[in-house]
Design a protein around this ligand. Structure first.
Ligand SMILES: [Fe+2]
Ligand SMILES: [Fe+2]
Length: 480
């Protein structure tokens, strides 16, 4: 049973390594959070053993909570960078500090909800929910006492923001959220919080109470609007990749993509076809569709450095590889489409998860054609000289792109009358060769997911075939 259980599990992905200095900074922030959350317990006089014991408990509790938050964020985003963890913990530190200094003037809504929005957008809903729970934890901790109903409203609003924030795909939806959440919080505060305090006889008290709730909600709306304004800055400083940013990058009017369509039209067509294959496969396995669509669009931008060296752009003209007749030099040009692609990515400030598609879609694949050509010429070579530098795909999405890249040309070249069985055989053969070559070893793809990817590619092939079958022409057809 244990053997079957182990076999059924997807290998756990290696998390990103964090440098010693970053680890130290994160530990210092966590310690500071624990000190801020607990130091007031030491100021009680006279100080006795039970106070000290309570302080040790509170300090340890805060430290453990910070550790749990880091673990949750790493579990949700195995490739989370140290900068992003520092941002996460700094938000927690800022909330704990504001509880001390601003709790009497600022509503907890404005302290908890805006950071939850940024975290859910850039690091995911689960991390945001964990952050909200830990940031709200010490409210009841006698340092600052808040109304139970208000605490409930904060938790509900922050949970809604965390859950929706991870799914929101445009800045317009973000704006809607920043209007509806304050309205919702105003109405619920009015009903739940003010109701207890309002004396219907005293009109002045009524107006004052409603005014307080209104100003709290207005402040929340203003802080949320400012947060939305600052999200692009957080994206570039901390490398956060929000859905809105992904969709902006996927715009085909972006200068780099526009250049690809003009200077390397063949590569652009290949890219669009791959987007279709990869999107369908990612949908089948429940991966990140927006990420793969954008990653696929940029995977071959490096070919812009020498478009006519790639067969899809040659358009019947002379092949420069034949002219130089030097397999080693040809292999260097092929590797250059990865290296130059990474340079384009850096120049255009593409986020790391998108830039990762550039080297990982080629992995350490062998440039078979030029390897055999070199062998024929009896040139002394090592097989590794004819392999891409890698790394092999590190995520399911980059692995799907590699498989789509491999299958695209074969599917395009297939006979229009080929059966589904033949198409599936071709797809399976290509995927099997990648597996045997060890290209999918770090990708976390399970056998079941690979099966689904094959079916998805087959579905796209069926669509392509359907498009290529011409409608019968008729001279009498005056209706269409
Ligand atoms: Fe490529
Ligand atoms: Fe490609």
């Amino acid at each position: 049973m244990f053997y079957l259980w182990t076999r059924s599990q997807v290998p756990v992905k290696e998390p990103t390594r964090i440098s010693k200095i970053d680890n130290l900074i994160i530990f210092l922030i966590c310690t500071l959070i624990s000190i801020i959350s607990s130091y007031k317990l030491l100021l009680i006089s006279p100080l006795n053993i039970s106070n000290i014991f309570t302080w040790i408990l509170t300090f340890t509790e805060s430290l453990i909570c910070s550790g749990i938050l880091i673990l949750v964020s790493k579990k949700e985003n195995p490739t989370i960078s140290s900068r992003q963890i520092i941002l996460l913990m700094t938000f927690l530190l800022a909330v704990q500090a504001s509880k001390l200094s601003l709790a009497s003037t600022i509503s907890p809504l404005s302290m908890i909800i805006p950071p939850a929005l940024i975290i859910s957008q850039g690091m995911g809903s689960i991390t945001a929910l964990a952050w909200v729970s830990i940031a709200s934890l010490s409210w009841s901790d006698s340092l600052v006492a808040i109304d139970n109903n208000l605490f409930f409203i904060v938790l509900v609003c922050a949970t809604i923001v965390s859950l929706l924030g991870g799914r929101i795909r445009s800045r317009a939806q973000l704006l809607q959220l920043s209007i509806f959440i304050p309205i919702g919080s105003f109405l619920s505060q009015w009903i739940l919080v003010s109701k207890d305090k309002i004396s219907l006889i005293d009109k002045q008290e009524f107006v004052f109470s409603i005014g307080g709730v209104f100003s709290d909600s207005l402040l929340l709306a203003i802080v949320m609007l400012f947060t939305i304004l600052f999200i692009p800055i957080f994206e570039s400083i901390f490398g956060l990749l929000t859905k809105a940013r992904l969709l902006e990058l996927a715009d085909k009017e972006k200068p780099l993509i526009r250049r690809l369509s003009l200077e390397a039209p063949g590569t652009f067509e290949h890219t669009l076809l791959i987007c279709g294959l990869a999107e369908e496969a990612t949908r089948m396995i429940g991966g990140d569709i927006d990420l793969i669509k954008t990653g696929a669009l940029y995977h071959d931008v490096g070919k812009l450095h020498a478009p006519n060296w790639f067969i899809e752009n040659q358009d019947g003209s002379k092949n420069p590889h034949d002219e130089i007749d030097n397999p080693i030099r040809s292999a260097e040009v092929l590797q250059a489409h990865v290296d130059e692609g990474l340079k384009y990515a850096q120049k255009n400030r593409l986020p790391k998860p998108i830039a990762d598609f550039i080297p990982e879609h080629q992995g350490t694949l062998k440039m078979g054609y030029f390897f055999h050509k070199a062998k024929e010429k009896n040139i002394k070579i090592k097989e590794n000289d004819f392999r891409y530098n890698g790394p092999v795909p590190q995520s399911k999405e980059t692995a799907i792109l590699m498989l789509a890249d491999g299958c695209e040309a074969a599917l395009r070249a297939m006979n229009i009358n080929a059966s589904d069985k033949e198409a599936l055989e071709t797809i399976s053969k290509i995927i099997y060769s990648r597996q045997q070559d060890g290209q999918l070893i770090d990708s976390n793809l399970s056998k079941g997911e690979i099966f689904l990817i094959k079916r998805a590619f087959l579905n796209v092939w069926k669509r392509i075939r359907h498009r290529r079958i011409q409608y019968p022409s008729s001279n009498n057809n005056t209706f269409s």
